[in-house]
Design a protein around this ligand. Structure first.
Ligand code: NCD
Length: 399
């Protein structure tokens, strides 16, 4: 629950973000220290809960008649979207506006990129204009990381937020998915622990999906069982090792990192079972020890059987280089989410989709619009509160 102190800050008693300690959100003894949000691979449970709590406060702001607070007045947020986007770009823009930040929107088609300017020079141009935070989307994995490195090399306190890089990650989407699911379970106090032992299926084009990769991190961190399902061409066996391998590369776990590395040695071991495999990587995070539970399926039924949530993904045709599917019709027959198929799940199952949706391909059109099952519009609504939280935390943190 929010304290009245918390509310008063969001209403603008404290005009400048730098003066706002995180303890106002009930997060005693902690401050946000992450300057960039590039991946969820090394997010701690405490960070997830901080985002969920902060987003809850901003959700309350967004329910008021005047949906705006002066929290980031005077700060400049720049949206650098080198790839098309409807909801993510607009959601960040609205979030920045609701926080009273000044927002600059870069559009590649009408920019100097077409005159041969490099991406780093474009970023430095916005830096010279006084940008405090850059939100970056690019079709190539690693571009936000490269810009973040350059900002650090220059010694400037500019945060970089990855809004989707190639097939790599899309942290803000996974965080808004997490917020959507957790607020459904406990609207007043959404927190990571609510998902412990829930069954969550992620279905479809996992191979090309940055949304799936970020969601694997957040949902397995909660203690949920995450079941991936797709045809073998879109769900290669390398995902069996996804959690173990990425964590072996993620070194930023804070205390006890050496011990974790030793433990991770075991994680990479391949199971002898030919089909489904579990990644039980025991990880000591800063404040909990969680087994990450990830399962792979090349058919839909075992993944969605008794599931609490089903997240279906768009077929990313723009990233497919080969003929990976016989036909969209056949894909829908095997992996499309329909009312009939949901009978296999828990009776109160809910369906998520990050959008944009290919109606009638990954999900049947009627189901998509059915509020009894579909959380799709709640995801879009949650996105604004979650992105306000991210912008606020990054601009006011100690990173
Ligand atoms: C996703 C993306 O761009 O990664 N969409 C989004 O951000 N809401 C998923 C997709 O494009 O299919």
């Amino acid at each position: 629950m929010q304290s009245s102190e918390n509310r008063s800050v969001l209403m603008g008693q404290f005009m400048y973000a730098e003066s706002v300690p995180l303890s106002i959100f009930g997060m005693a003894n902690t401050t946000w220290t992450r300057r960039h949000i590039l991946s969820l691979a090394d997010f701690t449970p405490l960070e997830y809960d901080t985002v969920l709590q902060t987003a809850t406060s901003f959700r309350e702001v967004l329910s008021r008649r005047t949906k705006k607070v002066p929290t980031l007045q005077g700060q400049v947020v720049t949206n650098l979207f080198f790839e098309p986007s409807t909801r993510t770009r607009s959601s960040f823009e609205l979030a920045a506006k609701r926080l009273s930040a000044d927002i600059l929107n870069f559009a590649p088609g009408t920019s100097s990129l077409s005159k041969g300017e490099t991406i780093l020079d474009t970023a430095k141009t916005y830096l010279a204009m006084g940008t405090d935070l850059m939100v970056i989307r690019h079709r190539e994995a690693g571009v936000p990381q490269a810009i973040a490195r350059e900002m650090d090399r220059l010694g400037v306190r500019v945060g970089v937020l990855n809004a989707g890089d190639g097939q790599h990650e899309h942290p803000s989407q996974a965080l808004l998915d997490l917020f959507t699911i957790c607020t459904l379970i406990d609207p007043d106090d959404p927190r990571l622990a609510l998902l412990k032992d829930k069954k969550i299926a992620i279905v479809g084009d996992i191979l090309h999906s940055r949304v799936a990769r970020s969601n694997i991190w957040s949902l397995t961190a909660s203690g949920a069982e995450v079941h991936l399902a797709g045809p073998p061409t879109l769900l290669p066996k390398l995902f069996e090792e996804f959690v173990g391998r990425q964590e072996a590369g993620a070194r930023d776990w804070g205390l006890g990192a050496r011990k974790e590395e030793e433990e991770r040695g075991k994680i990479g071991e391949r199971s002898q079972e030919p089909e489904f495999k579990t990644q039980n990587s025991e990880l000591r995070t800063q404040n909990s020890l969680l087994p990450r539970k990830l399962f792979l399926h090349w058919s839909l039924e075992p993944a969605i059987k008794d599931a609490d949530f089903v997240m279906t993904l768009r077929l990313q045709k723009e990233r497919m280089t080969n003929h990976l599917l016989p036909s969209l019709r056949e894909y829908h027959q095997q992996f499309g989410i329909t009312r009939d198929r949901l009978k296999l799940c828990k009776p109160d199952v809910k369906v998520l989709h990050p959008g944009p949706v290919n109606r009638g391909v990954e999900i049947s059109s009627d189901l998509m619009d059915d509020p009894q099952f579909s959380l799709i519009s709640q995801q879009v609504t949650s996105g604004v509160a979650v992105r306000m939280a991210l912008l606020y935390l990054m601009c006011s943190g100690k990173g």
